[in-house]
Structure formats: C-alpha cells, structure tokens
Design a protein around this ligand. Structure first.
Ligand code: SF4
Length: 409
C-alpha cells in the first residue's frame, strides 16, 4: 500500500474524507490557502536552489513570488491582493532573518520513499541543511496562521516520518527536525527518540490496516466546514447550518469555484470522478428520503406496538373472565397458555456448587444490579471510581436515534 503523510493525516482527521479523496479520487475545490502556501514554498525553493553561497537579493525573491504566484481559490481580487501583500511581508521577514546564516542546503524539495510492514511511504522534504560537523537539520515550512497546540505537534506523524526518511537518505538520524511557521515567524525544533519512531510506525501501520479493511466511517471534526465533500457527507449533507458554513468557505458547488486538483500532495482526480461526485450528490438526496421513510416506519411500529398491547390485554381479560384458553376470529384463533418462568435460589445453588469447585464457573456480573449499586446515593465515590476502573469496552455497536429527541433529552 502506498501512503503519504498527508494521506495518513487526512485519514486520521476523517476516514470518509480520505476515501473520497484518495480512493474515489473525487475532485476538490480550489483553495486560496493552498494556493498561498504553494506560492510561498515555490519562492523559497527558488531562494535556496543555488550552487554557491551567494543568495539572491530581496527584490529577486519578491520578483519570484510574483512569477510563481497561484491565483486559484481567491474569491475576490481584493482578497488575493491582501494575501500577496502578506506573502511579500513574510518573505521580507524571512530574508532579513535568514540572510546572515545563508548557506547552500544539502537538499531542496527532497523526495523520499520508505518501505516497512508492506507500506510504501512517500513524501517531499522542503529543505535539508547540513552543518560543518555533518549534523543534519530537516526543515519544513508552514503557512498556517498560527502554531498548532503542543499536543498536536507532539503526536503529529510528519516529523517522525522525516526522521525515518533522513536516516534512509543520509544514513544518520537528524540532529534537528524543524517546523518553520512563516506567518507568526516562529520555529519549533525537536528530535525524535527510538520510542517516538516505534510509536509512529505503529500508528502508520494501524492506519494502513484500517484502510485495507475499508474502514471509512465519517468522523466529525472542526475542519468539516472546510471539507470538499460536505455536500455528499452522510453526517452533514442535510445539515443547513454546516452547509451554510461550508458555502461561506467556498466549499459548495455552484459558487464561483471551479473543479480543479489542489495540493502538491493531492492525487489528481480520476477522469470519471466528476460524474462520481454527481452520483454521490444524487445518493445524498436519496438518503434523505430513506431517513424520512425510516422515521415514518418507526412511528407506525410504535403505534402498532401500543395497539397490539391493548388488544392483547382485552384478549387476556376475556379469557380470564370466561375461563377459555382460545378465541376464534375470522382470520384464525388465538390460543392462551401459561408460560412458566423460573429462577434459581442463589443461596441454594451456591451451597450445592461451591463444595464441588463449580461456583466460579457460573457467577457473572449482573449489569442491572451493578448500575443500581452505582446509582445508589449510599455508594461512596471511591467505590464508584473503583468500579469505573474495571469498565472495558468490548464491542462498539451503533444505534439510530432521532436527533431532536436526543438534543431535548
Ligand atoms: S464533512 Fe466532516 S465528517 Fe463529512 S466527510 Fe468531510 S471531514 Fe468527514
């Protein structure tokens, strides 16, 4: 299986969006964030792709930004100009910060392939620097508006993947792995230990396994309003609030957004994927009808159950009052017979089985009694906590519910 960091990261955010993007290869909409990021990356590639340590001037760097500027995804010329000015400011700051230490990098836009556990991992490293003593630093440029939370930085797979790539490409572990956040102008540098790498490999392995097992359950996340597939997503396709947010972000078809391929790491759309998208939109409309039918049927069943219970009661009463065990109707007869329910005398059972060493074979936790014990105000908090620590999820099953009822409840 072939994977990239962005494919894995997409899967981790939402397995269904991974499927739409990398399996179905549905087209994505142009995004000015992506155009902006790629333009800045191209300008910095130009700046460092030199043979001798004589850097370009700032004018030349800004001229390159102009030359490689990508225009897709901007909703207005004003917005585009705003971003261009921002790009010029970022590069000017970068230039003045990095000019004094300018050196020809070991590599620029370095492609790598890693093979392990049946997974071929590929990617491109923005820049690799090498110190005089041979130490290697991996640098990845980011154009996010701000730094992600530390927890995300610690668990993100990109740097462990780059660590493994550097080991494979240069035969040594990198001394430093740096994320260079250009907008807030902050660098975050780290090193990865063997344990970090083993953990990362386990995560990659588990993502790859889920993909090959075709586990593509949608996962609601804060980026849903920016998802290219929200119109066909079973979780949001009929959610007017989310769709309005997505429309605001230019993610709904029919706006000025044209269908195009996007990131440098995004797979190009398959030739028939536009038709596939139409098909999925149609099926999203169909699924709305299915949900309406589902609720109608649930209502009918509930009404039917209540009516059935009423009729049963009348039949029981009639049989009791008239001492009969069956009643005939035009469609057949209804019989009535006693059903014996038994229960065991626990103490008696215990006295019989315990001496024979069999008592432990039959005792089990009674969930209802356990719940009563937990709900009992007399139970101490400590006991509740203790019992809580013994709780394990054995299996997850899914239930359907009427959303409004849940919200009200
Ligand atoms: S809208 Fe959200 S839940 Fe639906 S596919 Fe996109 S990312 Fe996944």
């Amino acid at each position: 299986m072939k994977l990239s960091y962005s494919a894995i990261s997409t899967y981790q955010k939402c397995p269904l969006s991974y499927k739409y993007s990398y399996v179905d290869r549905l087209p994505t909409k142009p995004s000015h964030y992506l155009s902006f990021g790629n333009s800045i990356h191209s300008a910095l590639e130009f700046f460092y792709r030199v043979d001798k340590p004589e850097p370009y001037s700032l004018e030349e760097l800004l001229g390159e930004l102009d030359r490689v500027w990508l225009t897709e995804g901007y909703e207005s010329e004003t917005l585009e100009q705003e971003y261009k000015t921002k790009g010029q400011a970022i590069l000017s700051q970068f230039y003045s910060d990095n000019l004094p230490s300018f050196a020809v990098p070991l590599a620029i836009e370095k492609r790598f392939y890693l093979d392990f556990d049946g997974v071929t991992l590929s990617g491109v490293i923005d820049r690799v620097d090498q110190e005089e003593n041979g130490d290697i630093e991996i640098i990845d440029y980011k154009t996010n508006a701000k730094l992600p939370p530390k927890s995300k930085l610690n668990t993100d797979l990109q740097l462990p993947i780059y660590h493994m790539a550097a080991e494979k490409l240069y035969g040594v572990a990198p001394k430093k792995l740096t994320l260079y956040f250009l907008v807030p102008n902050e660098k975050v540098s780290t090193r990865k230990t063997k344990t970090d790498i083993t953990k990362a490999q386990a995560t990659i392995h588990s993502v790859a396994k889920n993909i090959s097992d075709k586990k593509f359950t949608p996962f609601k996340n804060p980026l849903c309003p920016w998802c290219d597939f929200i119109e066909i997503c079973p979780l949001h396709a009929n959610d007017p609030v989310m769709l309005a947010k997505a429309a605001k972000n230019g993610k709904i078809s029919g706006s000025k957004t044209a269908v195009t391929s996007t990131a440098k790491t995004t797979t190009p759309p398959a030739p028939n994927s536009v038709n596939a998208l139409d098909e999925l939109k149609k099926s999203a409309t169909k699924i709305e009808k299915v949900v309406d039918d589902y609720f109608e049927l649930v209502e009918q069943i509930n009404t039917g159950r209540a009516r059935l219970a009423g009729l049963q009661r009348i039949i029981h009463d009639y049989c009791e009052a008239n001492s009969v065990t069956s009643i005939k109707g035009a469609r057949g007869s209804v019989g009535r017979q006693p059903r014996r329910t038994t229960h065991y005398n626990v103490e008696k059972l215990r006295a019989l089985l315990e001496p024979r060493g069999l008592w432990d074979n039959i005792i089990d936790v009674n969930s209802r009694l356990l719940k009563e014990l937990l709900d009992d105000p007399a139970s101490q908090d400590e006991l509740r906590k203790l019992i809580g620590t013994a709780k394990e999820v054995e299996e997850i099953s899914y239930v359907l519910y009427k959303k409004d009822e849940l919200a009200e409840g």
